[in-house]
Design a protein around this ligand. Structure first.
Ligand code: GDP
Length: 300
């Protein structure tokens, strides 16, 4: 097993710079009113919104730019044991009740407006085809074959809602970047899934899955940038972190570091990130705990 010095991967931050997303309009006013400061979610940086007069220490400023500090936690009071192992995520007072006791498939929807209308919070899972999305969902819910509905390339791509503990949804979104799908089909995916992100007020966060066994992929970076530009809160979930170094390839920690370096160039604050493996179970409980604090804060 590769030993990942994950907590330090975001250290050596490049100087903060305004993102190139300046002129983007903010969307989802309602949602972001309800989640006013899920801190390290990728905010659009504008020069006018940069904190100029806050008197926080350099250390605190550094911690805030590296870590995901949830509501209810004072940066100055941070201690090492508040950071989830294998992540940059601080656990705060909203975390709790994270285990999944019950899960049931509710429906597949072709459009955002067909999705369930019961106002329960939801966490969507998104990633390139083959990133390990089905495996991760099955690992989280500890059930085989839950996340198969949107699997086949070329088949109708649907938004799949799974009700968890009768109180929130995991949403399985169609994978992107199928090698064999035509440009037209890719565009359809785009319009369809973008519609979901832009219109779903109950969306708490997107887990954007990134395959740690391969170098950074343009399509993943494009997706992250698009979510960032549109103020959609996201968490990077690095998958397949158990994989040993391939004959020619780089190790997962090298790939992750390279990905984070690129992200830092576009985001003022690094979004939350966490290392996982569906094979070894690495990061499973930690990810569930993180999801619980996002949800509970949204739901208060
Ligand atoms: P999806 O297309 O994103 O749903 O990806 P799958 O869950 O079907 O996984 C794609 C491939 O990656 C399969 O061969 C899985 O066995 C493999 N895979 C998924 N997760 C992991 C993981 O955590 N570690 C390793 N080593 N392989 C994984």
């Amino acid at each position: 097993m590769v030993i990942l010095r994950c907590r330090f991967l975001t250290i050596n931050l490049a100087p903060l710079r305004p993102s190139h997303f300046h002129s983007q309009k903010l969307h989802h006013t309602t949602r972001f009113f309800r989640t006013p400061n899920l801190i390290s979610t990728p905010r659009i940086t504008t020069s006018s919104s940069l904190p100029t007069t806050r008197s926080i220490s350099d250390e605190a400023r550094f911690a805030r730019s590296v870590l995901f500090v949830p509501p209810g936690v004072e940066v100055e009071e941070l201690t090492d044991d508040m950071v989830l192992p294998g992540s940059n995520i601080v656990i705060g007072p909203f975390a709790g009740h994270s285990q999944i006791k019950q899960v049931e498939f509710v429906k597949s929807s072709a459009r955002a407006r067909d999705c369930p209308k019961d106002d329960l919070p939801e966490i969507a899972i998104l990633g390139r085809s083959n990133v390990g999305k089905s495996s991760l969902i099955n690992c989280l819910v500890r059930k085989k074959e839950v996340a198969l509905t949107s699997k086949k390339p070329g088949k109708t791509q649907l938004i799949n809602h799974f009700l968890v503990n009768k109180s929130w949804y995991i949403v399985d979104l169609p994978g992107y970047g199928f090698a064999k799908v035509s440009d037209a089909a890719k565009t359809d995916w785009s319009a369809f899934t973008k519609g979901y992100f832009l219109n779903r007020d109950t969306l708490v966060c997107v887990l954007l899955l990134i395959d740690a066994s391969v170098p950074p992929q343009k399509i993943d970076l494009d997706c992250a940038n698009w979510l960032g530009r549109n103020n959609v809160p996201m968490t990077f979930v690095f998958t397949k972190c158990d994989k040993m170094k391939a004959a020619k390839g780089k190790r997962p920690d090298e790939n992750i570091k390279a990905f984070q370096q690129i992200i830092r160039e576009n985001f003022k604050q690094h979004p939350p990130w966490i290392l996982t493996s569906s094979v070894s179970g690495l990061g499973r409980d930690e990810l569930l705990l993180h999801m619980s604090q996002l949800r509970n804060y949204w739901d208060q």
